[in-house]
Design a protein. Structure first.
Ligand SMILES: Cc1ncc(COP(=O)(O)O)c(C=O)c1O
Ligand SMILES: Cc1ncc(COP(=O)(O)O)c(C=O)c1O
Lengths: 142, 395, 395, 142
């Protein structure tokens, strides 16, 4: 069971059951992006508000498995307050970690680090990146 | 007993995703290698010996596959797969014969590949899609079919076996009634051909579509069966080499079916491998295959019903498909427990979103059994079900 | 030098019919066997390890094949073969964008698979087919293209390399002129992709179609390249599993290209084998392949021109195709002499009836050279030419 | 060369260069059937006139290779004057011979017997049967 325990850390299940920053807002200062994985029903929308090159707020909503939904919550916490350029580095680093590539272990990724176990379940990489892709797109051209 | 014929199973996995694609026995790969290594050239056109051999093998496959469903040889069109076959029916027969205000009867059990082509026909021709109400269990019945039949019905498009529920549709009677009303019936047999004996003459369907890759055959090839008069009355939807008689600069004449639907270089190796797959299945016997699957399924259902926190959607299904979920566990999460244990099954909407919606879910788990599965596979599967329930129960 | 890679050549035959279909090197069969034996399951949908591997391999093949023609990955649609690709262009782009009175420019060099789809568009949309006059030699020229260009021209559909004459069309300039006039260009590269380097970005074509089986790859798979904006602007022509986003009872949304054109279970093993074929060709080098063919062809032409009673139709062609006849001998009769000697070549109209008519013949003989052919093959071929001439000369 | 000499007998080449009964007639008492093999251009039309169950006349026209054209001529001579039932037997026997199956060597097939060498060139079976197929169809329902 060690692999499974590695994938489903307590903190992941906690974010799944008690998501932070969940729920979209009707504010034109937010940019919004929607990503879905139709074959499994993962469906996440992310909103970001940026001012002076810094992420002021991140919101998310959607449905999906625990990896997908929790990672939206974790992502929102991780990126909140970061500079956009920092966020981009974190996103790249996160993708590398998830895909089992080399990544910078010293970069502060907050709770996102707990998703490192996904690398052993390649079929779940998509689940763990849907929300991050939405964030990445939402931050584009900021 | 048949496990040893399937090289993938040497890896020690428990393969319960035959509904998506079956594994292939070595002899099928051998038949294709034999083609590529010994006479791997084009058909129908060469005037040298190995091209002639390739042509004979290709046409012998058509004869064999026709025999498998008791069709006449010229009623078997080879296609890229069931999805292509179903699209030919809708695009060639459907667009030409369905008119504004006409009705097309289908069911929420349909696979997207049988649903979307008729959605397109309905849109283009301003026709109406009419769904047979399903029973509580999710079944098509003759009575419910009759309840939506009208004098506007032009086409009935139904699956023979549902790929999510495994139910066998009561097609004999439905086709009979349809024909009394001069309605044409397209049957999606993608999940039927691998698992039960089909006799198109007895069934009397107008069109029947299936794929090789779900019945021990290679990827890249499928069949469109159509009644001869129907096929010959239809326009081709792909035009090009080999399907024509005479080609002028502004006009061309086409061959009779099946050739007018087979344009350009066909999947030759695949057709040849398909023949071997059909021979393999027949050597076991379709009735024996069906019996074997049913035995495993009944064994699995019996065990499943005893497990708390598990929901089985199709406990009375007559074929080897088990649709279920683990309560409070997203199917994708559960799937990783199965994956870790080497149990391969499917989580998702199985290309049948309307049905999964009908079930009130976003996704389900599906285990599907085939000839190479054993009771030990079921036991491993059941262990993983319990492990998944317990693992996620702890949070 | 490469002969040993191709098992069919162990039979001692002289294979000069690569224009119809190339032979396949063992590594291509090995790649497909590896799929079937080790991870032979469906793609895109499974949440278990080997399904994920199959998906990665399938998509890696797309990337590799895109690289082969310098396309972006999402511009490569896998199809059943070149004929299917060419039909998608005509049926999806053509039927939607060509209107009554519009003109479609093509040539008498076109293969039926590029001609007939546009004949259909012209008929359905009441558009006009306009043929580029060929030179005495049978070539397309830029000037002759300009002579038929008009403000009604909507589409140009041309072959890159003629499958009968082997001529390379001057596409760079034609495409440039077409684009200045906002005309879309569909290129049939079935005979180009196996034999010369193609760079779709440099060529700037809008669509480009080719088949794996003519370039050391398996049967059952081909490519439709299309510019991203064009593909995304087009409607799918096959509907079903995997090409959609959301499916409701009466409506559905589709994925972006390439996926919206890949419905149902694709030829997975074949796509994987195709990747290996492309790698094989690139390991030799496309320029080297072209050089090798040209050397053999020049050697053959030199000898042919010295033989009395032989007619060569394309003595100055720049690729490895030799079109000829033996005077007063029907090509089918000649072919049996070649067959008896184990020399495999083609007799007939080569799915290019308009061109064979243009040549004033009912049929021609065609020898086509590829990377595995040698000077000895040419010598054997020449011997058979002489034998055929002499044998039939005696009557 | 023995195989080739076996395929292209003198009599075949003679019928090719000097076809008997060639040319169609505009007579409603004849039935007509047209068979073609588009991939090589073989294209043969056969006319038959039957009275009292006996073939009174056979005409043919078309284009193709020597095997195809000569076999139309040979066929016309072979079937001429035969009962329709006899003709059907001959046609079946001819097909068997051409395809290398067992056939009745004692059945009188006239010059048609010279096509036995085709069995060694399976790719030419079509050429040798086009005219006979046209005759078979033309005689149907007589
Ligand atoms: C020039 C050309 N175009 C198109 C095709 C059709 O290719 P395929 O038969 O693989 O569909 C061919 C091959 O026959 C060809 O030579
Ligand atoms: C019931 C049903 N119909 C159609 C299809 C489509 O078959 P294919 O993907 O081989 O085209 C499938 C398989 O996914 C199926 O299960």
């Amino acid at each position: 069971m060690s692999d499974l325990n590695n994938l489903y850390r307590q903190v992941i299940m906690d974010h799944y059951k008690n998501p932070r920053n969940k729920g979209l807002v009707g504010d034109a200062n937010y940019k919004k992006f929607h990503v879905k994985n139709p074959s499994c029903g993962d469906d996440i929308t992310v909103q970001t508000k940026v001012a002076d090159g810094t992420i002021q707020d991140v919101k998310h909503d959607g449905t999906g498995c625990s990896i997908c939904c929790s990672s939206a919550s974790v992502m929102s916490e991780t990126l909140m307050g970061k500079k956009v350029t920092e966020a981009e580095d974190i996103i790249d680093n996160y993708y590398n970690m998830i895909k089992g590539k080399e990544y910078d272990e010293d970069l502060d990724m907050g709770d996102a680090i707990v998703y490192s176990g996904v690398a052993n379940f390649p079929a779940r990489v998509k689940c763990a990146t849907v929300a991050w892709q939405a964030a990445e797109e939402s931050l584009k051209n900021e | 007993m048949y496990k040893k014929d399937f090289p993938v199973l040497n890896k020690g996995i428990t393969y319960l995703d035959s509904g998506a694609s079956s594994l292939k026995p070595s002899i099928v790969m051998e038949a294709m290698n034999d083609y590529y290594n010994n006479y791997g050239v084009n058909v129908h056109r060469g005037v040298y010996e190995i091209s002639h051999i390739a042509t004979e093998m290709y046409e012998a496959a058509r004869e064999r596959v026709a025999g498998f469903i008791n069709a006449d040889t010229e009623e078997v069109v080879f296609t890229r797969g069931a999805s292509s076959s179903l699209n030919i029916v809708a695009s060639s027969y459907g667009l030409a014969n369905v008119n504004e205000g006409d009705e097309i009867i289908l069911s929420e059990l349909e696979h997207h590949s049988h649903l979307l082509p008729w959605q397109n026909v309905a849109k283009v021709k301003k026709a109406k899609l009419v769904y047979i109400p399903l029973t509580k269990e999710g079944r098509i019945t003759v009575d419910n079919f009759k309840s939506v039949l009208s004098d506007k019905t032009k086409v009935v498009a139904l699956t023979y076996v549902s790929n999510v529920m495994g139910y066998v549709s009561p097609l004999d009677e439905i086709i009979n009634i349809a024909h009394q009303n001069e309605i044409v019936v397209s049957v999606d047999a993608a999940q039927a051909a691998p698992h039960k004996k089909i006799d198109v003459k007895k069934l009397d369907c107008d069109f029947l579509s299936f794929s090789a890759h779900k019945m021990c055959g290679p990827t890249g090839v499928g069949v469109l069966y159509g009644k001869k008069e129907l096929l010959n009355s239809m326009d081709p939807i792909e035009f090009g080499g080999d399907m024509n008689d005479d080609v002028g600069l502004y006009d061309a004449t086409f061959k009779d079916a099946p050739y007018k639907f087979e344009t350009g270089t066909m999947p030759i190796a695949e057709v040849i491998g398909f023949k071997t797959a059909v021979e393999y299945l027949e050597s076991i016997g379709m009735d024996e295959i069906q019996r074997h699957e049913k035995t495993l399924r009944d064994y699995a259902v019996e065990k499943m019903l005893k497990i708390d926190g598990v929901k089985v959607y199709n406990k009375d299904s007559e074929t080897g498909i088990l649709a279920f979920n683990i309560e409070n566990v997203h199917p994708h999460d559960a799937a990783s427990v199965f994956d870790k244990n080497g149990v391969c099954l499917r989580a998702g909407h199985h290309c049948a979103q309307p049905l999964v919606n009908w079930l009130g879910e976003v996704a389900t788990l599906r285990a599907s059994f085939y000839i190479y599965n054993t009771k030990e596979d079921v036991d491993k599967f059941i262990e993983s079900v319990i492990e998944a329930r317990d693992f996620f129960g702890q949070f």
